[in-house]
Design a protein around this ligand. Structure first.
Ligand code: KIV
Ligand code: NA
Length: 279
């Protein structure tokens, strides 16, 4: 597969072909996403919760993101890779954000960065893009700000909030973002925003009228223990947890009963029976 570049993504957008994006947080999850033919791979800070067992995304450190970005980058995917700037690594000043963005592309080896926020982040996005680092915006529900939003709540529902979303989208676009993630917004509003923009929107819980879709891999592949809360927008396409559970349970049973390993899993020796008897 030919490497996906920013030009490929722009051409998909022009052709009105949906852009496919999924998260990955390590080497195997990047490989499988790439084999499936994803256009974009996001090393999302959602890895805090789905891979590191943290309470929320704001807990993950830049250093930790770098480690995960690097392991995704080592899969050498054709998919275009994007790394999230974690909370605390970009809000203080555009210079701080640029410094973090440089680390994410230089040490994390991904191609672009994503950061959360609307018009207030415009100078920051402009600063990062001016250094030649592509930026993906993220508006609507911004999980790093869940405490200020009063939790994981749908955004842009009423007139005032929809107008604010549109202003944010324009500001982020004008600042130079080449794509914008739009999270947890009514479909009509996300579609309207998409139509008004000239850069692609990547929706998550934003209906079918955006320029692309993104989902968290462990959510959509069902790679989590039973009872975990899933947002309304997640479609569970697989049951990776059940398959792992079945395999490990069977392994346990076969070890306990000495069914595994059989001779086919075992190395032969080169001693003869006589030599072995004398040994
Ligand atoms: O961290 C993440 O996985 C994300 C996507 C859900 C957009 O930001
Ligand atoms: Na994120």
């Amino acid at each position: 597969r030919k490497p996906i570049t920013i030009n490929t993504l722009q051409s998909l957008y022009r052709k009105n072909e949906p852009i496919t994006m999924i998260t990955a947080h390590d080497f195997p999850s990047a490989h499988v996403a790439d084999h499936a033919g994803m256009d974009m791979i996001l090393v999302g800070d959602s890895l805090a919760m789905v891979a590191l067992g943290m309470e929320d995304t704001s807990e993950v450190l830049l250093e930790e993101m770098l480690l995960h970005c690097r392991s995704v980058a080592r899969a050498k995917t054709a998919a275009f890779t994007v790394g999230d700037l974690p909370m605390g690594s970009y809000e203080i000043a555009p210079e701080q954000a640029l410094e973090s963005a440089i680390r994410v592309v230089k040490e994390g080896r991904v191609k672009a960065v994503k950061l959360e926020g609307g018009k207030e982040m415009a100078p920051t996005i402009a600063k990062i893009t001016s250094a030649g680092i592509p930026v993906v915006g993220h508006i609507g529900l911004t999980p790093q700000r869940q405490n200020a939003l009063g939790g994981f709540r749908v955004q842009g529902k009423n007139t005032a909030s929809a107008l604010e979303l549109l202003e944010d989208a324009f500001a982020v676009q004008e600042a130079g973002a080449f794509a914008i993630v739009v999270e947890a917004v009514p479909a009509e509003i996300a579609t309207m925003v998409t139509k008004k923009l000239s850069v692609p929107t990547i929706g998550i819980g934003a209906g079918n009228g955006t320029s692309g879709q993104v989902l968290v891999q462990v959510d959509m592949s069902g790679n989590f223990p039973p009872g975990r809360f899933l947002p309304k927008f997640v479609k569970k396409y697989g049951d990776v947890w059940s398959e792992s559970l079945r395999a490990i349970t069977e392994y346990k049973t076969e070890v306990k009963s000495r069914v595994y390993p059989t001779p086919e899993h075992t190395y032969p020796m080169s001693m003869t029976k006589e030599e072995f008897a004398d040994f």
